[in-house]
Design a protein around this ligand. Structure first.
Ligand code: FEO
Length: 385
């Protein structure tokens, strides 16, 4: 596939994968992208996952013809992109591997010392001239690991953005939801904690004239890039993407679920956009995505072992470890003899910044009654406010 006249796509699609990074379901598979820049000097941008070495080397050979690559640029050392560095060097031992100081530290940790490897250490802002093409390296630490760097092709105005602007899903299947949903689930699941660092590198990228973005996962982005850049700016700054209430709940015998359905109905009747997720049964990463998408969050759960039902406990930790902030939170608790879930849920947000709590907390004793129904109505009014 041609990205520009000189830039070719040589990545692979993975439909065998069960869990990406050992924890994310990927119903549409996954793509590990890799690119080649053909010029007087030839550059290969990153390798692919360990299970696809032969396919990737064949893709590469088909693009190279009778030529050989001069450089392999390693933008990210996570194994979904670096696993075939050794295989690449077995086939092309004369190629120089380009990375920054941290890249080579990680390379040795993962794949052992390689004294015969030709390596070139680059710094932020350093340029590499290939002939017609001039590449500029932009260090992007913690987007998503410390060694990450972007590469900007000044000639074709292409930004190679490592994990940034990536999404779940292989490139050979159409995503029925378009780009946003699986890009958002990927961003908040994998990079969400590092909003400050993403914001910093977005500012550096704003100084570049970018016409095409080549991420390491998902489709190549071209045309009007403002939609993607706007979303990333919001996501990285923890700004809610749109007004709405996300209700995340657990329910043991269905009584908390009844309350959640009632609350959703009340909010819907007031014209509020509502999304609901059963944390024990639905994808937690999708729930994290929705919590960051909307500006209001309702957490509804049962008191359990004098604490919180486990799926809710773990969900709140997923949020707080990703620096969840800048939103309104409400609690609905259920408990038959000593309801303490609301107090315990709130305590888990103790270190979170810029959280507003609703005045109303709903306490259900086993099942909804007139008092708890009235409290739900009050909460709906407050949330719709
Ligand atoms: Fe796609 Fe952070 O690796």
């Amino acid at each position: 596939m041609k990205v520009t006249e000189d830039i070719k796509y040589v990545g692979v699609n993975d439909h065998q994968i069960d869990l990406f990074e050992g924890q994310y379901i990927v119903p549409l598979g996954m793509a590990y992208n890799s690119y080649v820049i053909m010029d007087e000097k030839i550059v290969v941008m990153d390798t692919v996952d360990r299970n696809f070495g032969d396919e990737w080397l064949a893709n590469l050979a088909a693009v190279l013809g009778d030529r050989k690559p001069d450089y392999l640029i390693v933008q990210h050392m996570e194994p979904d992109h670096s696993s075939n560095i050794v295989n690449f060097l077995n086939v092309y031992p004369d190629a120089t591997v380009i990375g920054n100081g941290k890249t080579f530290t990680f390379m040795e940790q993962f794949y052992g010392k390689n004294d015969s490897m030709k390596k070139q250490v680059v710094k932020n802002g350093e340029e590499l001239v290939l002939g017609k093409h001039v590449l500029k390296f932009v260090l992007a630490p913690m987007v998503h690991w410390p060694e990450v760097m972007f590469t900007y092709d000044c000639t074709d105005k292409v930004l190679f953005s490592a994990d940034a602007f990536g999404k779940f899903g292989a490139n050979d299947v159409e995503d029925p939801e378009g780009w946003d949903c699986e890009a958002r689930r990927y961003y908040f699941g994998i990079v969400g904690k590092y909003g400050l660092q993403v914001t910093k590198v977005l500012k550096a990228a704003a100084a570049l004239d970018i016409q095409t973005i080549c991420p390491l996962h998902g489709p190549v982005l071209s045309g009007d890039l403002s939609h993607y850049l706007d979303l990333y700016t919001k996501w990285a700054s923890y700004t809610p993407e749109e007004p709405g209430v996300f209700i995340a709940y657990t329910s043991i015998y269905g009584n908390t679920k009844v309350a959640v359905e009632k609350l959703a109905e009340l909010l819907g009747a007031k014209g509020v956009k509502v999304a609901v997720s059963d944390l024990a049964r639905e994808d937690w990463a999708e729930a994290v995505e929705d919590a960051f998408r909307y500006d209001r969050l309702v957490l509804a759960t049962t008191t359990y072992n004098n604490g919180i039902f486990p799926a809710m406990h773990s969900f709140i930790e997923h949020l707080t470890e990703r620096e969840y902030q800048n939103r309104t939170i409400a609690f609905v608790e259920n408990g038959s003899w000593a309801p303490v879930a609301a107090k315990n849920m709130k305590a888990l947000f103790e270190k979170s910044k810029k959280i507003t709590y609703t005045e109303t907390t709903v306490t259900i004793k086993s099942a909804l009654n007139a008092d708890s129904k009235a409290a739900l109505e009050k909460l709906a009014e407050e949330l719709a406010g």
